[in-house]
Design a protein around this ligand. Structure first.
Ligand SMILES: [Zn+2]
Length: 362
């Protein structure tokens, strides 16, 4: 079976000015041929993340430009590692440093495995490959394994093994590539010129995937089409972010998370959908046509939205930051309770901007 590396999508944005110390350290290696402008803009994006977090870790990124799939602006391929769920929960417990972390930890069962809402598997009790969800709580590999980017693991203090990745220069946590098929504005500080894409924002978005904003739903979604269906135990791709992905139905059925592919509301929530903080995209094949490793498109939720329009300046929202705080990064400036109302206000401002033809970030 093929289990492709998740390609990240493109989006960008900027914000939060930044306090002093630069942690984490983002080591950047540029592929020969990457323009000086692109290198400078990518460095600006890396510096943003260094200022947004306080985790004293080093993340190694290789960056380049090349021909990507049609309609795709940029992509991120990350080194991923598997960990026992119990080890991940313990790491999150040891990493608690905000009210968001405390709330997130309270949602996670103190057990060896998690239950999930699932579909499209070969052992779906509703029928082979059925789209109808079921409760998978049998404690086998996919219930006991969490998969995350190496950078996310570093933030959580989990052991990682230095290694490289296809196309990378040296030790590498992710390879990020920008399409040569589009025009970019490399300086969004004075707005983004019409007909061009916000390169810094796009780079912030792609680095965000490398830092752990991904979903195992994409693996299920992409690989499960007739006649190719696989047993649930093979889908050992639940990410830290997925632990906070729920639907009304998944919560009502008593599961910890909703890993189903398909259209329908999938929320970002710290309390199993009692309170909804945001909404996720649903998948390219069976869902809304956007990779599930993003916020839902066209709601102006944040830098981790799946598409971007020309002339659009991408913005990091409090919701983005809460997402990263939840999966293990420690924020320099923690959004206050009530910040989400601010996020909603920003949303109003962004909706109009985003009603344009947009290009997929991959
Ligand atoms: Zn993306």
């Amino acid at each position: 079976m093929r289990f492709p590396i998740i390609a990240a999508a493109a989006v960008g944005l900027m914000a939060l000015s930044a306090p002093a110390q630069a942690t984490p350290t983002l080591n950047l290696a540029f592929i020969a041929g990457t323009s000086a402008q692109a290198q400078a803009a990518f460095t600006t994006a890396a510096n943003y993340w260094s200022s947004a977090f306080t985790d004293t870790v080093t993340v190694n990124l290789t960056v380049g430009t090349g021909a990507l799939s049609s309609g795709v602006l940029a992509s991120a391929s990350s080194n991923n590692q598997n960990y026992a769920y119990s080890a991940v929960r313990a790491a999150m417990a040891a990493d608690v440093s905000s009210a968001i972390d405390t709330a997130a930890l309270a949602h996670l069962p103190n057990a060896a495995s998690v239950s999930m809402y699932l579909n499209y598997t070969s052992n779906n009790p509703n029928g082979l490959g059925s789209a109808t969800p079921y409760v998978d709580n049998d404690g086998d590999a996919n219930n006991t394994t969490i998969r995350m980017t190496q950078a996310n693991a570093k933030a959580l203090g989990l052991a990682t093994t230095p290694s490289t990745l296809l196309n990378c220069i040296g030790n590498c946590d992710a390879f990020i590539q920008f399409s040569t098929g589009f025009s970019y504005d490399f300086d969004s500080s004075n707005g983004v010129s019409s007909g061009t894409y916000d390169f810094v924002g796009l780079a912030i978005h792609e680095i965000g995937h490398a830092l752990g904003f991904t979903s195992g739903v994409d693996i299920l979604d992409i690989n499960s089409t007739s006649p190719n269906f696989f047993p649930d135990a093979l889908f050992t791709f639940v990410t830290p972010l997925d632990l906070f992905r729920c639907s009304t139905a998944s919560a009502a059925n008593g599961t910890t998370l909703d890993l189903t592919a398909g259209a329908g509301i999938k929320n970002f929530s710290l309390d199993n959908c009692a309170t909804t903080l945001g909404r996720f995209a649903e998948g390219i094949t069976h869902g809304d046509g956007r990779q599930a490793s993003h916020w839902k498109d066209n709601l102006g939720l944040g830098i981790m939205d799946p598409t971007i329009a020309t002339g659009e300046t991408l913005i990091v929202t409090p919701l983005d930051l809460i997402g990263f705080d939840t999966i293990g990064w420690n924020l320099t400036v923690v959004p206050e309770p009530g910040t989400l109302a601010l996020g909603a206000a920003w949303l109003l401002g962004l909706v109009a901007i985003r009603r344009r033809a947009k290009t997929r970030a991959a």
